[in-house]
Design a protein around this ligand. Structure first.
Ligand code: DQA
Length: 139
């Protein structure tokens, strides 16, 4: 099984960015532990701060991967383009968030991804990604 994890803007700063909200672990270090937890799963990782690059990567991942785990970060709440890309491809996408966006500011309650996603996992810290991978492997 092949799973692609795509992270959006500012998530390259995990570890140092707002640690009270996002924790103090870097994504690279978390990604290593995730690969160890799922030795039979081919896990790929892509991060970009650029909306169009995220759309391009969703297109490229379509049919190449069995599942996509997407944390579009702030673009979740603004990007019709990323929402449309998730709708356009046939590989299922699970939307994840580290924080519980429903418990935060009103503008974070809106998601352009969710209506087109297989499901949404939010608020479990970095463990949200593991739960999303499990949703594919245990399906
Ligand atoms: C986030 C939540 C978003 O509202 C925020 O803009 C992020 C991270 C999360 O994982 O909790 O950058 O997607």
């Amino acid at each position: 099984m092949k799973i692609m994890i795509i992270n959006g803007p500012n998530l390259n700063l995990l570890g140092s960015r707002e640690p009270d909200t996002y924790g103090s672990q870097t994504f690279n270090s978390y990604f290593q532990s995730l690969k160890e937890k799922f030795p039979k799963v081919e896990l790929a990782y892509f991060q970009s701060n650029i909306e169009g690059e995220i759309i391009d990567r969703l297109h490229a991942a379509d049919k190449e991967f069995d599942g996509i785990v997407l944390n579009a970060a702030a673009y979740t709440h603004t990007s019709v383009g990323i929402g449309d890309a998730v709708k356009a491809i046939s590989t299922p996408v699970v939307e994840v968030h580290i924080s519980n966006t429903s418990a935060r500011e009103e503008f974070r309650h809106k998601s352009f991804i969710a209506p087109n996603a297989k499901g949404v996992i939010l608020g479990f810290g970095l463990q949200s990604y593991e739960l999303a991978v499990l949703s594919f492997t245990e399906a």
